[in-house]
Design a protein around this ligand. Structure first.
Ligand code: UD1
Ligand code: MG
Length: 460
């Protein structure tokens, strides 16, 4: 392994002027993850010896975001892509092997393509990833002599004839590490932009007799860079469409793949149906036959087989997670928060919030209610407008409700409190003391009836 070390270098020092943002360009997100994070994740499988990120604009923010995942080489000021690589020289190591050069603003590069470049380089060849564009304006052009690549000429330095070439450099290459170190030290900036062009190493390699290979890709999406909010949104859609396609190929029925977003991982069983405008974040699993209504947001949750999540439901498990049992009915307009653990056939209706609570099989809270820090037994019916008062202003306390309890409407259960199995709580009660199994508890002002009551009259 030490004989053929692989370095991955990610260029991320550029300003990204056209983003018109205070944030470094490479930290803008695709599917909820920073672009440069995608690059790291997509190449994790190459098991590189070293991962080096070149930072400059917003260096601290980028380094914070990637702490522990890479080494950093700062490039201040930014004098071109060749100058960027010069900053990594002390970090590249002395072993034979290849250095894979990527861009932090080209997030959708795939592991397969990068692996092919590294394999083709094999520590001895300079391998360039290229693509044919119908409009190549702005890109470095690949100059070939037959099959062999002779040089890359930047658009601004190209002759009108060279500008006819449609094969472009994608900004991605794999180079023999020790030769790369030598070449970048010899770069000059006597060109149209007064920059040190990394692309000038191609002619140096040819002069050194090092084989230069151009590998063509036809997948535009994986080499598209982001320079503007429009391009960011375009890549986002391409990324989402790919995810949607993969899920649909596995049998998931999306009402409209163009109105579907996964920002994390979504694992689906068979016969899952997802209506329009749903967003899945973090880790979400949907069991067999789960149906998700329109306009739901589901984050870090496990929805078990046959459960139905109705329209406009918001589920956010944060770190603790949320679990929804088999055949449960949730929503519309329900809110499940971290630690909501719902058993089979549980019903949670409109404007009901559940946090850090366990509901056993068949429990129901159908309207306008709050269950926080509660343990709810099987088949409990929790009335409309009832709440657990779980917070005394300083600490949280638990409410325990036994199986088959019937809580009437508009009750306040002041925690800590325990309601025994089968008990009934009269509507409008404020319960501050435990209720025994099978008891009826009513804790409200007694109804008073005054016959012949005269309402006050307006004075004339
Ligand atoms: C570069 C290539 C061009 C190729 C194109 C593909 C050079 C000289 N040209 O051009 O052949 O067709 O990419 O998109 O390499 N960066 C730094 N420090 C710098 C300059 C750039 O870190 O001093 C980073 C940028 O943040 C970006 C990447 O390098 O991630 C590419 O830089 P960019 O300015 O976009 O290069 P292009 O001019 O597009
Ligand atoms: Mg560019």
């Amino acid at each position: 392994m030490a004989l053929k070390a692989l370095n991955i270098v990610i260029m991320a020092a550029g300003k990204g002027t056209r983003m018109k943002s205070a944030h470094p360009k490479v930290l803008h997100k695709i599917a909820g993850r920073a672009m440069v994070q995608h690059v790291l994740d997509n190449t994790a499988g190459l098991h590189a010896e070293r991962r080096i990120v070149i930072t400059g604009h917003g260096a601290e923010a980028v380094e914070d975001a990637l702490q522990g995942q890479a080494q950093f080489a700062r490039q201040i000021p930014q004098l071109g892509t060749g100058h960027a690589i010069q900053q990594t020289l002390p970090l590249l190591g002395d072993e034979a092997g290849s250095t894979l050069i990527l861009s932090g603003d080209t997030p959708l590069i795939t592991e397969a393509t990068t692996r092919a470049l590294v394999d083709a380089s094999a520590g001895v060849k300079l391998v360039l990833l290229t693509i044919e564009y119908s409009d190549p304006t702005g890109y470095g052009r690949i100059l070939r002599d037959g099959d062999a690549v002779n040089a890359i000429v930047e658009h601004k330095d190209a002759t009108p004839e060279q500008r006819q070439v449609r094969e472009c450099y994608t900004g991605i290459m794999a180079a023999p590490t020790q030769a790369l170190k030598r070449w970048v030290q010899n770069l000059r900036n006597d060109n149209a932009q007064g920059e040190f062009y990394l692309t000038d190493i191609v002619a140096m390699a040819v002069a050194d007799g090092v084989p230069v290979v151009g590998v063509r890709t036809t997948d535009e999406t994986e080499v598209l860079g982001v320079n503007s909010p429009m391009q960011l949104a375009d890549l986002e859609r391409r990324y989402q469409r790919k995810q949607a396609q993969a899920l649909m190929e596995a049998g998931v029925r999306l009402a409209d793949p163009a109105r579907f977003d996964v920002r994390g991982t979504l694992v689906c069983g068979s016969d899952v149906e997802i209506d329009v405008n749903c967003v899945f974040e973090g880790k979400v699993t949907l069991g067999d036959g789960v149906r998700i209504g329109a306009n739901c947001v589901v984050r870090n949750a496990q929805i078990k087989a046959g459960a139905r999540i109705h329209e406009f439901t918001h589920i956010d498990g944060e770190k603790q997670g949320v679990s929804v049992g088999e055949g449960a009915l949730i929503g519309p307009f329900a809110r499940l928060r971290p630690g909501a653990q719902l058993g089979a056939e549980v019903h949670i209706g409109n404007f009901v919030e559940v946090k850090n609570s366990t509901l056993a099989a068949g429990a129901k809270a159908n309207h306008l209610a709050y269950l926080g820090d509660a343990t709810v037994g099987e088949r409990v019916n929790y009335g409309a407008g009832s709440i657990t008062a779980n917070y005394d202003g300083a600490n949280k306390h638990r409410t325990v409700i036994g199986a088959d309890v019937h809580v009437g409407s508009n009750c306040v259960l002041v925690a800590p409190v325990e309601i025994g199995a089968g008990a009934t709580i009269g509507g409008g009660s404020t319960i501050t003391k435990g209720v025994g199994a099978g008891e009826l508890a009513v804790a409200r002002g007694k109804q008073v009836a005054i016959a012949g009551w005269q309402r006050p009259q307006k004075k004339k």
